[in-house]
Design a protein around this ligand. Sequence first.
Ligand code: PGA
Length: 252
Amino acid sequence: MRRKIVAGNWKMNMNFEEGLKFATSVDRYFRENPPVRGVVILCTPFIHLSGVSEILRDGKVALGAQNCASEASGAFTGEVSAYKIKSTGAAYVIIGHSERRILYHEDDKLLNRKMVLALNSGLQVIFCCGEVKREREEGNHFIIVKRQIEEGLFPLGAEEVKNIIIAYEPVWAIGTGLTATPDQAQEMHQYILVLVKYKYCIKIADELPILYGGSCKPSNAAEIFSKPDVDGGLIGGASLKKEDFIAIAEAL
Ligand code: PGA
């Protein structure tokens, strides 16, 4: 019952022209070969949003941003609000990526604020969670993810959670080539769904997609996605190569 999703996260890669060219070829592929199962999303830097939105219009690929401001509008030099993102034609925004958490010190309280603004603007949110290497080695990965979910997600009401997608991204697997095993992904996804079930209800848990992220590539995507509670992937490095991104989306 949960939606299947593959979302590419370009991070701070590709200049404007490269991004439009890349989006054009991905768009063309999926118009010719519509995804049979699931949603394909490109999460681009802000500068690409309106241009890529034109390219993807009426096609088979959706558009998302990688972050949004924690304020709605006003004197916040350099920030981009959820409402402005929505006005480009984007439908999704990633919130709480570990690079934002670690490098920009974004905590779950702030992330929840961003999520509320994003949801109020009509965006769907890809909310990221995941432990760092030391936390896993010390056996604290469940505690860490539980805290992120409780503080970031659980202040939201049941209606709001319907527009959330969770991405479990163990930080030690992001961009490192070290992928979580399909069983490690499955056990964390299952754990998150149990938390969601007890906080909200079975129906909400049954409809909340959970993506895996962290060195997902064509060679491991199918095996990871075959797990019952893995509903797709958030793809970084491999989303920058058209063939790899398409192969991962096809693995759904
Ligand atoms: P990766 O990144 O696929 O390059 O590991 C995933 C992510 O950061 O979302």
